[in-house]
Design a protein around this ligand. Structure first.
Ligand SMILES: NC(=O)C1=CN([C@@H]2O[C@H](COP(=O)(O)OP(=O)(O)OC[C@H]3O[C@@H](n4cnc5c(N)ncnc54)[C@H](OP(=O)(O)O)[C@@H]3O)[C@@H](O)[C@H]2O)C=CC1
Ligand SMILES: O=C(O)CCC(=O)C(=O)O
Length: 433
């Protein structure tokens, strides 16, 4: 892997860029906001359906608990590694601080190919992972949730395994993103895609791109057609935008004549064929083509490191909305910024998921459930508030900071906003003893 794509490089550079704007906190304490508090590696022997045993590596990183229990998803993917999970855990700390959610950051993952495992194998793998983690997760210490290639069913297995090991307690808040019947929240499965749309809408409404004042008529391309990309596409369509192209791991489709895709037909096609490729009235394109399409909004909603120094010059969108975690490298950030292309950063754009996870956690503790309208209303006001603060800080970056070469993009503004909150809490709490 090139240095540019290394997860620790991305996080270090992003953090360093924010640090240049912060003078209130001692350097030693600032480092505490970068380094993970605890990393766990477990080896998970699992019996496959054919009776053979395979051992999988699993990771859980607790990055920081300054604001509350660690919080973050569990992903299943062949490229899961400890550096990647650590970087994603740091993003969770910064995301929760930015959204003013009383959680710290954490992340987990298992290096596996979920598409080659049966449902029973994935269930055994999940149960073994939770059993190995033991008391290193808990309702008030470290709370998992869904991420790439995990879903509400996976979270039901997490809950059930933890509950079996800790009988007699209210363990519902140990994991979020559960099915509704097992203490899940209304709106959680849609929340990340919905949050992307709310953040993008607010950004445009704040007038940051005069020639694109709203989502109405905006041409959108989406990389990744899973939980995040699919929901973002549908809601953008409902807001009057035109989804012209989407992709998944097998390739992409572009509406013929640049017209909008028929999303109902697309969903049926994906359900029947396992891919978006081959939808009627479309032209097949590659993922590389999709990232370079002439459109207003580009939403990377799949893997990290997709927009990099090698392809950032080809991007033609006016705004990138980071549905995925860390899809744009720092080197690409520089290129996009120099070309006047805005990047709505992951810690804001995809924060809808953890926001509604927080609501699920509160509902579980209160033994209560809130209606969907209330959840979506709370989500919208929290995303709007965070977007307003990020844009205000971005606008306040002075010309002297720009002259001195400090990074003054939306990502840096969001990170400074998050780190200043963490730094203030760190100072108030004091360093033990
Ligand atoms: N779920 C959540 O609540 C949150 C998710 N995120 C981030 O959003 C991103 C997507 O997550 P989510 O939607 O939940 O995941 P899903 O597993 O539901 O969907 C992932 C999608 O990405 C596609 N994909 C995988 N590999 C590639 C590739 N190489 N090129 C193009 N597309 C690819 C998949 O294709 P295929 O369908 O062919 O497998 C699938 O359509 C991740 O980065 C995740 O960390 C961030 C915050 C919260
Ligand atoms: O919902 C959550 O708690 C975390 C979601 C997540 O992993 C993320 O925002 O990247």
């Amino acid at each position: 892997m090139s240095t540019e794509l290394a997860p620790e490089h991305m996080i270090d550079v992003q953090f360093g860029r924010a640090e240049q704007h912060m003078d209130r906190i001692a350097p030693g304490l600032l480092e505490l906001l970068l380094a993970p508090r605890r990393t766990i590696t477990v080896n998970l022997p699992v019996e496959l359906d054919d009776g053979t045993i395979e051992t999988f590596a699993g990771y859980r990183v607790l990055h920081n608990q300054l604001l509350g229990p660690g919080k973050g998803g569990i992903r299943f993917h062949p490229e899961v590694s400890l550096p990647e999970v650590s970087a994603l855990a740091a993003l969770m700390t910064w995301k929760c601080a930015l959204l003013r959610i009383p959680f710290g950051g954490a992340k987990g993952g298992i290096a596996c190919n979920p598409k080659q495992l049966s449902e029973r194998e994935r269930r055994r793998l999940t149960r073994r992972f939770v059993a190995e983690l033991g008391d290193n997760i808990g309702p008030y210490t470290d709370i998992p949730a869904p991420d790439l290639y995990t879903d509400s069913q996976t979270m039901a297995w997490v809950y059930d395994t933890y509950q079996a090991l800790h009988p007699g307690e209210n363990n519902l808040p140990v994991v979020t993103g559960k099915p509704l019947a097992i203490g899940g929240s209304e709106g959680r499965s849609e929340a990340t895609g919905r949050g992307c749309v709310y953040a993008a809408e607010r950004l445009l409404n704040l007038g940051v791109i005069p020639q694109l004042p709203s989502l109405q008529g905006a041409r959108v391309a989406i990389q990744g057609y899973g939980e995040v990309g699919r929901v973002a596409g549908r809601l953008l369509h409902e807001h009057g935008a035109k989804v012209v192209a989407v992709s998944d791991s097998r390739g992409g489709v572009l509406a013929i004549n640049g017209d909008r895709l028929d999303l109902d037909a697309l969903n049926h096609h994906k359900a029947d064929n396992g891919t978006v490729v081959g939808l009627a009235e479309t032209r097949t394109i590659t993922n590389a083509d999709l990232l370079a399409l002439d459109c207003d909004l580009l939403i990377p909603a799949a893997l990290g490191g997709q927009v990099h120094a090698g392809n950032a010059e080809a991007v033609k969108a006016k705004v990138l909305v980071e549905g995925a975690n860390r899809p744009v490298t720092p080197e690409a950030d520089d290129i996009l910024s120099a070309r006047g292309i805005l990047v709505l950063p992951d810690i804001l754009a995809n924060a809808g998921g953890v926001t509604v996870s927080y609501y699920e956690w509160v509902q579980n503790i209160e033994h209560h459930s809130w209606p969907l309208d209330e959840i979506n209303g709370r989500l919208r006001s929290r995303i709007n508030n965070a977007t307003d603060r990020v844009v205000a800080r971005w606008r306040a970056f002075t010309s002297s900071e720009k002259r001195n070469g400090a990074c003054t993009d939306l990502r840096t503004a969001a990170l400074v906003e998050a780190l200043e909150r963490l730094a203030a809490v760190l100072e108030q709490r004091g360093v033990w003893p």
